[in-house]
Design a protein. Sequence first.
Length: 207
Amino acid sequence: MKAVILYDSRTKSGSTEAIIDTMGLKLAESGVYVEKAKCKALADYSFLRDFDLVILGAPVYYFLVSSQLLGALNYGNLKQNLLRKKVALFLICGSPESMATVLYLPQLKIHLVRNKILVEKIFPSNVLSENIVIDSFVLDVLHEYNKTLKSRFLLAKWTVEAQEWLDSVPSFLQGKIKEGAEKYAEAMGYKEITCEMLESAKGEFGG
Ligand SMILES: Cc1cc2nc3c(=O)[nH]c(=O)nc-3n(C[C@H](O)[C@H](O)[C@H](O)COP(=O)(O)O)c2cc1C
């Protein structure tokens, strides 16, 4: 499995870099091939196609998630290249977790509604004093990732309504739609194919 830690920070050799190095070490110890990449808003993120798992995160400055990461999601091609990727999220901040969950995490999650988010975690800036917290984040991510692999072998079930819709489509299109929907469900970790899921898959595949 190949993972990349995509991060941003204003501070060279600051807490973020130390945290991701600890994460990287734990991933490598667990047998994962891992790279790190620092975000630039307008960089080309097509390299993400080479990775199975993207761990994405940054610190918060003045109530906003660090600007190059937000910029890459808002203006660059990051969001597009994250489609159907398995993603884990982390934030680093000085605010209490409850506040960060409401104010900061949504700044990332609003861009990732079509992703399978394996784990999300808010680290306090002093987390390095307890490396075990970072290690346990990595282990949670790997556990969730492995769960998605196991569920790959179980094809998602079609709900009655979704099956009725499929039956109403011209028969020469049915096979292609069925295969596409099942692949999409697998990538997203869905166990059921519903009409709502077909609608969002349609958006992704451009109709
Ligand atoms: C200039 C500055 C502004 C910050 N603003 C916030 C903030 O608005 N909310 C918050 O929870 N933490 C805030 N923090 C805390 C940082 O998110 C935290 O210290 C983080 O670990 C910094 O990462 P770095 O060392 O990689 O720069 C701020 C820190 C700095 C230095």
